[in-house]
Design a protein around this ligand. Sequence first.
Ligand code: ZN
Length: 243
Amino acid sequence: MRYLILSDIHANIDALEAVLAATPAWDRVLVLGDLVGYGAAPNAVVDRVRALDPSAVIRGNHDKAACGLDDGSNFNQVARFAAAWTHQQLTADNREYLRELPQGPTQIDDRLEICHGAPFDEDHYIFDGSDAAHALQTATRAVCLFGHTHLPVIFTLNGTLLTADLPEVQPQTIPFDPATRYLINPGSVGQPRDGDPRAGFALYDPEGSLELRRVDYNVSAAQKRISSAGLPQSLANRLAIGR
Ligand code: ZN
């Protein structure tokens, strides 16, 4: 039994299809939010995710903005433009699907929970050690997976010792130590920001490990979709550099 972990797909169907094609065998899917926003294929991504029949999907801030649950007033200009464009593009059915997505955190099993931003606030960005410590204290499971920052990172807490590891070599397998708590961002499928343009994702094995992986995808196809949709060119450009 293995779970495929997808976060921050951001309407990038080219990246999502590459992940699904390249991934070793998995049984169930978990989605950590931000299915849409920024990218040019919101309906294709929502349709594809729905067809995967995930065990759990939680909403992200861009999902809320795209379905009208949030007015996007705290978004920057580019994100707000993309959210309004996405709102218009989405079918009524897909908009309703996003509107019904639950807020994290969601407990998956005795070991694992998932959230979009942080377990204490779905919209909070976990960047540093103090945010990570707060999240590790709030999490109700030994392993908490989060997204939102689009930056792969592994925080571990062993006793009072907090460490942060940026996974530069991937694939990388993290075997879970029973005395340690974990807070892990698997990276973004559709808009990586760690300088590596490849799509990021993870595989969770309930027997006791998580594997972080990256896969190449057709970046120029995703860029062309963004350009021809009339979305801001910066959204296309950043995909090539993974920022
Ligand atoms: Zn996001």
